[in-house]
Design a protein around this ligand. Structure first.
Ligand code: UN1
Length: 513
């Protein structure tokens, strides 16, 4: 049995069952609707959470707007100082929070801890960034003039996050937004509200210690209604949404209709190319982690392996030796490598996809069962599947959020593998395994991978926070996390300053009167 209460207590969350409520979930207090949260790991009721109404949403936004007026006046490096303190608190709570992520979402503890580490890392990144929110100084065409651009805080940033990374993806957004002078309203997945509330607890204490309003970071637990309200709300200049392409299109359309900004990080259909020159040993490690890690529920999960015909049989045999030995079980138990899927709907989607792809001609080589018996009573544990398939199959073109790996054979040069890799609607992550520089350089060239992430001799998942994260095409085009992803959280202003006593017009226009 998992000591959830202890975990939550360590996180400062005391009232969890039967009804969760603290002052911090603005809204949600008046609503009768209570959602019960069960762990996919053991099926136990973890907590009940009150769902917010649209009225509650309005109250949260008003608090956030008030907090913005305070927060934007705090100098950026001082905002960084608050984020530094948040990072330290996360270090302190890494173990219980990592466990809670693992228990509520189902990813193995190593990955739960990794997710918290990702939050700590983005805090560190954001602290440094708080002194580097740079604009350019530019040369004016007019004498005794100068130009520069600067970046100002934007306002309320709406963050819609998915169950699979219940806290890390929010933190990428929230910590950058924070140093940029924005306030964040977070709608976590309704499947993983507890980890969100735990984060809010941690942050609330930091804000209180610094006498800052809690509205700088808010969380609102609600369903799609809340996401819709946020997308349509002119008071929210930026909505950052992570999840399915279907959801992202709705958000993008609604935000676009009011000319707001959206940052979309949506589905992936990530492939690893293994050329004849691949280090097979290394590639297999990446393929297996990418395909079964987080039980295939990362947006960066490896869905396709595109293998050169000369090594195809060897790779297939090796995978078929590895898969039966993958320890599947409780994500909190030592040694487990594959945890459960998030819920029974996900299991259903997994089974349906396997059925459908076989109808199209796919050859199921291994896996695809729902495990039963001791330890598997929840019906959420499945055996990861490998299917020989062709890229054009309808199912191969889709992202099924489950551990299904498609093996695709190619022949000829690397350009053929690249064509297959690019031949899907999504464009998030991609990799090539090859020790041949001509192949790897082609893969990252302008005619190579069309994805936002293109790796060489590294798998598709497990990006570091220092790089910009996101992808093209149906993946939505947004970039979060590192590099200069911060710019979207700010509004750019171009300033031209005249320090002469003349008023020359640009483009040499004469306008004398
Ligand atoms: C996601 O699945 O939405 O690159 C994010 C990775 C992680 C983040 C995944 N660092 O796999």
């Amino acid at each position: 049995a998992v000591a959830v209460t202890e975990m939550l207590e360590k996180l400062g969350i005391k009232e969890v069952n039967p009804a969760y409520s603290t002052g911090l979930v603005w809204g949600g207090q008046n609503n009768k609707e209570v959602r019960e949260i069960y762990s996919p790991a053991d099926g136990n009721l973890i907590a009940s959470v009150r769902m917010a109404t649209e009225e509650d949403y309005g109250a949260v936004i008003r608090k956030a707007e008030e907090a913005f007026k305070v927060w934007r006046t705090v100098p950026a490096p001082k905002r960084g100082e608050i984020v530094r303190q948040i990072g330290n608190k996360l270090r302190e709570f890494k173990e219980p929070l990592g466990k809670l992520v693992s228990y509520e979402m189902g990813k193995i503890l190593q990955e739960g801890l990794g997710e918290v580490q990702e939050m700590i890392d983005i805090c560190d990144f954001a602290v440094g960034l708080s002194r580097q929110l740079q604009g350019s100084t530019l040369h004016s065409e007019r004498p005794s003039h100068r130009m520069y651009d600067q970046y100002h805080p934007l306002g309320v940033v709406g963050v819609i996050s998915a169950f699979n990374f219940p806290v890390a993806v929010w933190s990428w957004n929230a910590m950058l937004a924070a140093v940029c002078g924005d306030v964040t309203v977070w709608k976590p997945s309704e499947k993983t509200p507890l980890t969100a509330l735990a984060c809010q607890h941690i942050i609330r204490d930091v804000l209180a210690d610094n006498e800052l309003p809690e509205g700088i970071f808010s969380v609102i637990i609600g369903d799609a209604k809340i996401g819709v309200a946020m997308s349509k709300d002119v008071r929210v200049p930026l909505v950052s949404a992570t999840g399915s392409t279907r959801m992202g299109k709705k958000v993008g359309e609604a935000v676009g209709a009011r000319l707001g900004k959206s940052l979309l990080e949506l589905g992936g259909n990530n492939a690893i190319i293994m050329t004849e020159n691949a280090d097979i040993e290394m590639a297999l490690r990446a393929v297996v982690f990418g395909a079964v890690g987080t039980c295939g529920q990362r947006c960066t999960s490896t869905r396709r392996v595109i293998i050169h015909e000369n090594i195809y049989d060897e790779v297939k045999e090796r995978l078929l030796k590895i898969y039966p030995n993958l320890p599947i079980g409780n994500p909190l138990s030592d040694g487990t490598l594959v945890g459960p899927l998030i819920d029974k709907d996900a299991v259903e989607a997994f089974l349906n996809a396997l059925k459908a792809v076989q109808k199209e001609g796919g050859n199921l080589l291994i896996g695809g069962e729902v495990l039963e018996g001791a330890g598997y009573e929840t019906g959420t544990y499945v055996t990861p599947a490998i299917v020989e398939a062709e890229n054009h199959y309808h199912l191969v073109q889709e992202e099924t959020f489950a551990p299904i790996l498609y093996l695709i054979k190619y022949s000829g040069g690397v350009e053929n593998a690249i064509d297959i890799q690019n031949g899907v609607k999504q464009g998030l992550s991609s990799s090539i395994f090859s020790t041949n520089m001509l192949e790897t350089e082609a893969f990252v060239s302008h005619w190579g991978s069309d994805c936002g992430i293109a790796n060489v001799n590294i798998g598709t998942s497990g990006a570091e926070i220092g790089g910009a994260f996101g992808g093209e095409k149906d993946t939505g085009g947004g970039r979060e996390s590192g590099s200069d992803a911060w710019r979207i959280y700010m509004r750019r202003q171009t300033n031209t300053i005249n320090f002469s006593r003349e008023l020359p017009l640009a483009q040499g226009i004469k306008f004398d009167f």
